[in-house]
Design a protein around this ligand. Sequence first.
Ligand SMILES: [Ca+2]
Ligand SMILES: [Ca+2]
Ligand SMILES: [Ca+2]
Length: 220
Amino acid sequence: MVNPAAAASLVVAGYPSPTIATVAHAFTVTAKDAYGNTDVNYTGTVHFTSSEYSAALPPDYAFVAGDGGTQTFSATMNLPVIHTLTATDTASSITGSQTGIVVTLLDTDNDGCADVYELGANHAAGGQRDPLNPWDFFDVAVPYSAIQTTAGKNKAINGADVLAVRNGTGHVAGDGVYNVQYDRTPSTASGEPWRSGPPNGAISGVDVLVARDSTGDSCM
Ligand SMILES: [Ca+2]
Ligand SMILES: [Ca+2]
Ligand SMILES: [Ca+2]
């Protein structure tokens, strides 16, 4: 066994990426000497920080001899985007980070609009929708024809979505061209066209109207 030198850095690792915001996950902190060996005798106190200012981080932790230089912790990222998780020794300032942790928001129905936005009040921001209805946010993976220049969902309902639906009009389930993603059942809620429902087997002008009426809505 290698007899380690004093700890020179902390290795923060194991936090899952990509991951979903607001869910707690485990990660490890390991004290390493300058040669990359684990400092099994490390008894420093580590303090946690993150680029995600609202993250739920562990309290300061004082390593004990029985830890063998490594310990498992738990943290929760609450905001999406890409974050860093850092542990720093409060006395010596040796430190280490796990970088590039990709955090996304939960989108239960996978319609491109995260639950937290679907539950919001502003329909133009994706709100007043149902996080369990995958057909109420009309962002589609264009194209339906070569006219389209944008590929894939972009979390915004715009002219490309409307055009893609329009180009699919006249097709019905089973005709070999029909694509279910351009088909909706219109909302039955008065004045609330964004509450569209599941496919009804025919892509028609009504679907174009449903898409058009939600144009400008986005869900970031
Ligand atoms: Ca959703
Ligand atoms: Ca939905
Ligand atoms: Ca339809």
